[in-house]
Design a protein. Structure first.
Length: 202
């Protein structure tokens, strides 16, 4: 998920920014090559997705109990935006909505890497930025793929199953990259020590 969080680490490394740029360039090249230029109706989806991503990134800074943030309640709306775009505009336009949402998330990560907490630490880290970007892109594209495959069934099956599986995949990818103790080599300067202790799943 494209969310930033408070952590004690260095600002985002230039390597992750390079990877982000490559992914965005490839996506835009694919759209241009296939003649899939964004249409006016799709702009509504782009605006809605950008709004959701920005709100989720802002609201993730505000806790909701011990384990959740307000951003966790806003972010799932991104899957609704993707599914509505897919249903009304088709797969090609839905992918463009996802791509623009990804770009918005990259911008949020860039901004957060330059902002500091009251303790003087950056608001986001390399692992959180990388995890959120990869999770968003993979999960949203899986959502688009599954929705298209299930489109011809009863109306509720496609959005329900694609959103459920997409959001579950998003959560697994994000928390694995951002906080798993086994992946600390991604950024040894940010070991996320608090997340390395083994605890029961439930």
């Amino acid at each position: 998920m494209l969310l930033v969080g408070v952590s004690t680490s260095q600002p985002i490394d230039t390597k992750v920014l390079f990877i982000y740029r490559i992914v965005v360039i490839i996506g835009m090249y694919q759209a241009i090559r296939e003649g899939q230029f964004i249409t006016y109706p799709a702009m509504l989806g782009v605006f809605a997705m950008a709004l959701v991503v920005v709100l989720a990134n802002v609201l993730v800074q505000y806790p909701l109990g011990n384990w959740l943030t307000w951003g966790a309640l806003v972010y799932p709306v991104a899957f609704l935006v993707t599914d509505i775009s897919n249903r009304t505009l088709g797969v090609a336009q839905a992918k463009q909505v996802v791509l623009f949402g990804f770009v918005t998330g990259v911008i949020c990560s860039l901004v957060a890497s330059q902002l500091l907490t009251v303790d003087g630490d950056p608001l986001t880290t390399l692992r959180i930025a990388l995890g959120s970007g990869v999770a968003f892109l993979v999960a949203q594209l899986v959502d688009v793929f599954l929705f298209e495959r299930l489109r011809q069934g009863v109306w509720w099956r496609a959005p329900l199953l694609s959103s459920f599986l997409g959001s579950a995949l998003d959560t697994i990818i994000f928390f694995s990259i951002a906080f798993s103790a086994t992946l600390y080599l991604i950024d040894p300067s940010d070991p996320n020590g608090w997340a390395q202790e083994l605890v029961p799943f439930l």
